[in-house]
Design a binder for this molecule. Sequence first.
Ligand code: ATP
Ligand code: MG
Length: 430
Amino acid sequence: MSEVLRAVKGMNDILPPESARWEWFEAKVRSLMQRYAYRNVRTPVVEPTALFVRGLGAVTDIVEKEMYSFEDAMNGDRLTLRPEATAGIVRAMIEHNALYNGPLRLWSQVVLFRHERPQKGRYRQFHQIDVEALGHAGPDVDAEQILMCRALWRDLGLVEGRDVRLELNSLGQPNERLAHRAALIAHFEKHADALDEDGRRRLHTNPLRILDSKNPAMQAINEAAPRLIDFLGADSLAHFDAVRAVLDAAGLEYRVNPRMVRGLDYYNLTVFEWVTDQLGAQGTVCGGGRYDGMFEQLGGKPTPAIGWGMGVERMLLLLEAVGVPMPPAAVDVYAIVPGPKALPVALTTCEALRAAGVSVQMHAAGAEGWGSMKAQFRRADASGARHALVFGDDELARGEVALKPLRDAAATQRLVALADLGTWASTLTA
Ligand code: ATP
Ligand code: MG
């Protein structure tokens, strides 16, 4: 026998029944996007490496150490498996002049790749729901995007405040960050001995990133660092206040967290994270913010923009952790077919039921043949179907089939006429 091959470390197979949770979650997301009038966008998984270096900033965790970059063996192009969604979408907008007719609200479900240390809630291939509003400068869309998240929590059965909490900050504008940066460097220089290796390296390249450190040894020195929010001018503060006013009016509680800088260079003004206590160190399930400078950074016209990314794996872990019930199996009917003689009628009946919207799983012959009725009923039970439809020879001779409820102990089997399928089919769907 040949050696068994395994998936790449940190990259997961998503199999049934777990995949049903994914579909359930994705349906909730699609409904949300439709209600908020966000339109779907899909961009390539592979992009030029330069897109991420320019879009995200060279001195970021992702670009410095997490990207899957490679050279195209055919032509030597420098390519990267996308580590985040926004840069690719912005590139597509610029390339196709897609904002020609005005602003756009877009969403995407993306697969992303980051070379991290795999652990619960942190993988090398993972998925995000990504939302972007392009061309809107005002605090109104900032608030809308945060409220969208709350609407999703409610649709999913999560309780905000208990299961997920909002943290909010403002990163101001580039000139304000420059003044803060000088103060930050002075602070870290004073405590240079306490800096870890990353910190020392970033002290003069990107000191704001030091605040983003996950190293517990860096907590104290970061706590004492000058706060960016104290360097904001009147316009930035007004923008922040306007976002907060909407959230307050909507009754959404949040904590202003002046230490939250987000992992990427491109953010300005509003930044936010939805966090949970349920997932240990992987406590951020959704993060986002404004990135008004990115279009220019990537060679486009100045265009205000804001977006968020939600980790799908972490969301599903959270739903499981707080005990949100998942949907029951989607199969309505398991068709029990005693043997080849019944097959033509059984198959056409299954087709008619499916055309009427009923979900039907047909018993198909395995390597050992059809299997006994008992074995078929065992399969029917395991399928999660609510009914068994039995195509017995005697009943078929009379133009009938037996319909047996599988989940309701009190209900009894009855005979239904094939000719009346239109009337009883509708009683079988959930
Ligand atoms: P973290 O601080 O946990 O590394 P991040 O700031 O790098 O997160 P973002 O780039 O903002 O994360 O991505 C948004 C969301 O995507 C995160 O809040 C998280 O839910 C999810 N996410 C990020 N990295 C991973 C990963 N390696 N595996 C699974 N989900 C991830
Ligand atoms: Mg990260």
